[in-house]
Design a protein around this ligand. Structure first.
Ligand SMILES: Cc1cc2nc3c(=O)[nH]c(=O)nc-3n(C[C@H](O)[C@H](O)[C@H](O)COP(=O)(O)OP(=O)(O)OC[C@H]3O[C@@H](n4cnc5c(N)ncnc54)[C@H](O)[C@@H]3O)c2cc1C
Length: 597
């Protein structure tokens, strides 16, 4: 039996639910959302910032892994992805930062008209409401944003950056990213609860008669009507052991995320014909760019032992699992204060390549760019035109003294990465720590995600696809990240007042690098991992450049099929991407409403 809807959305995650909520504002459209994971909208692990990351490695996480990464000394790293209503927005780390104007305009410059900063930022403003300290209200959207409370750490962080000559009042939603800031977070200021697509968007739409949401429902493939013109007419899905079909009168939308949307396309016969034939899948659309161009920020972390001082609280007791620390945080949370009310990640900075502000420094970076240029032979399926545009953009960032090439995030407590990228807690003891993670904003390394069998299997133990972000396959990425790490180690933490918080000759994360740039390079290779910001695998750009979808998010080669999720960004979102994903969903809703008439 097949049920019939106007629009079938695959994936009730960040983008999928935001899109469904907007499209269902039109009572004339029947919308169905199919989500593989559970509905945990009432679960405190989702809603309480305090418990923010406890769903990672649970059944609400797809628990993917990369293939061994040559650039990381053959390490495999974890790839957490939300498998529940709300997707990654239900377990993310709450940071909400707009992309930079330059970043967004680059998407438009690739041939995507309508995706420049003025249009995109208009969609961004529709996603959130933020009451600023001045009581001014910014935005008019469903997500409730707030700022975490001020701490002594914030004061020290900002003063340190000011002493180094960086701006310290960056507005993380302005599109101008340069300097230190306290990021807005997706925490409802009144309720101190997570605000995400599962509550902010879905809750207000859920009672609508024209919106149906099925959870624990795995979509296996898109179904096409192969008479001319080729058209997507529904999806096949499994639910409670039964295989069923949902028919889409108007459109199928894939919002399954940057790992799973290309997988569903390939399982449906949309992808590289050679690969599909090899796996016994009938080719419906031959496009070798499906699943290519996977980009993710490499990231590296360091911990420093800090002075135990009143006002400079850290989370070490909680991270060590000490019951009294946990109880104190819980009690604070009930009073709506303290660590429990915000995510782990705190103050941040967006910085250009250290040293680029001087003429000699800029010259050195330019030389580096020339020396580390990748030849045609390393391009794989990437078109020369896209590779050149990508490189031109990254070059413009790396040689600018105000465009950030890395994000610095901090955690008051010991939190660094284990070899596989999972978070490692503090060693036993009573020491206090402060941690910093640096993520490279715009990697030039491009990897891929492809199916390895024709089975839609979704269990972590029998993964049917290979995720290869190809970290550091472009040599410039490691070099730039190492320069930032070197700056952190040699300059940032030795600048007052931050330097006064560090215990002289105190403990560091294991294998902490020595003082030279070479030490930093080695450390990055041995300890860097991937952040959770995958994009690019169904890139939006002209087909001849290597696109999978056009600027109206329609899959090339057929009608009635779009992709609306992080996979469409052709060049990485330089910041943490969730704000951009919500903005994309709002943008897509406007496009689709216009197209569906
Ligand atoms: C642990 C973690 C922390 C993060 N922290 C931050 C942060 O602090 N700030 C930030 O900006 N970004 C953060 N991110 C990244 C950000 O959350 C994601 O980039 C963004 O939410 C992705 O949105 P999406 O809509 O593309 O995909 P998702 O939100 O992942 O949605 C995809 C949905 O599709 C469903 N699905 C997939 N396949 C199928 C199928 N076959 N059938 C049915 N349903 C399917 C999934 O279960 C999921 O619900 C974090 C990510 C993770 C994992």
């Amino acid at each position: 039996m097949s049920e019939v809807f106007d629009v079938v959305i695959v994936g009730g995650g960040t983008a999928g639910l935001a899109l469904a909520a907007r499209l269902s504002e039109d009572p004339g459209l029947q919308i169905l959302v199919l989500e593989a994971g559970e509905d945990l909208t009432e679960d405190p692990r989702v809603n309480t910032p305090f418990l923010g990351s406890s769903l990672v490695h649970s059944s609400a996480d797809w628990q993917f892994r990369t293939v061994p990464q040559v650039g990381l000394g053959n390490r495999e790293t974890i790839v957490p992805r939300g498998r529940l209503l709300g997707g990654c927005s239900a377990l993310d780390s709450f940071l909400f930062t707009a992309p930079s104007k330059h970043n967004v305009n680059t998407w438009a410059d690739l041939g995507n008209s309508g995706w420049d900063w003025p249009s995109f930022s208009d969609s961004l403003r529709r996603t959130y409401t933020l009451v600023k300290a001045s009581k001014e209200i910014e935005g008019n959207g469903p997500l409730e944003l707030s700022f975490p409370e001020d701490t002594e750490w914030l004061r020290v962080w900002k003063e340190t950056f000011a002493n180094l000559g960086y701006p310290t009042s960056l507005d993380s939603l302005s599109g101008e990213l340069y300097g230190a800031y306290l990021s807005a977070i997706t925490v409802d200021a009144a309720a101190k609860q997570r605000s995400y697509s599962g509550n902010a968007y879905l809750q207000r739409a859920r009672s609508r008669q024209n919106l149906a949401v099925y959870t624990e429902t795995l979509v296996e493939k898109v179904i096409f009507d192969e008479s001319k013109p080729l058209r997507a007419i529904g999806v096949r899905y499994s639910q409670e052991g039964l295989v069923k079909v949902a028919t889409a009168r108007r459109e199928v939308v894939l919002s399954a995320g940057a790992i799973n949307s290309p997988k569903i396309l390939e399982l449906s016969g949309v992808g590289d014909s050679q690969l599909l034939k090899l796996l016994g899948i009938d080719v419906v659309i031959d496009n070798k760019h499906v699943g290519e161009n996977l980009q993710n920020h490499p990231t590296v972390g360091m911990c420093f032992e800090v002075v135990d001082q009143e006002g400079f609280e850290t989370m070490d007791g909680i991270l060590r699992g000490e019951a009294p620390a946990f109880a104190a945080a819980q009690a604070d949370y009930e009073k709506q204060i303290g660590f429990g009310t915000r995510g782990n990640l705190e103050v941040a900075a967006q910085l250009p390549v250290p040293g680029v502000e001087t003429p000699e420094g800029k010259q050195e970076i330019e030389k580096l760019l020339d020396n580390k240029r990748r030849g045609k032979e390393g391009l794989g399926t990437t078109t020369q035109a896209f590779a050149s545009a990508h490189e031109k953009f990254v070059r413009s960032v790396l040689t600018s003294s105000t465009e950030p090439s890395a994000t610095y995030l901090t955690i008051p407590g010991y939190a660094t990465y284990a070899e596989d990228g999972s978070l490692a807690g503090p060693p036993p003891g009573h020491e206090k720590y402060y941690s910093a993670a640096i993520t490279l904003s715009y990697p030039l390394s491009r990897g891929s995600v492809h199916i390895t069998s024709s089975s839609p299997s979704s269990s972590p133990s029998s993964s049917s696809h290979a995720i290869d972000p190809a970290y550091f396959s472009h040599p410039l990425d490691l070099e730039i990240l190492a320069r930032h790490l070197h700056f952190l180690q040699t300059t940032l933490i030795s600048t007052p007042p931050f330097s006064k918080q560090i215990v002289p000759n105190g403990k560091r994360s294991p294998a902490a690098p020595g003082p030279t740039l070479d030490d930093a390079r080695r450390y990055v290779r041995d300890w860097a991992t991937g952040s959770h910001d995958f994009v690019g695998s169904c890139a939006m750009m002209p087909r001849e450049l290597g696109g999978v979808v056009d600027n109206r998010l329609r899959v090339y080669g057929c009608e009635g099929l779009r992709v609306v999720d992080a996979s469409i960004f052709p060049v990485a979102v330089g910041t943490s991407p969730v704000a951009s994903v919500y903005a994309l969903a709002e943008h897509a809703a406007r496009i689709m409403k216009a197209d569906l008439g």
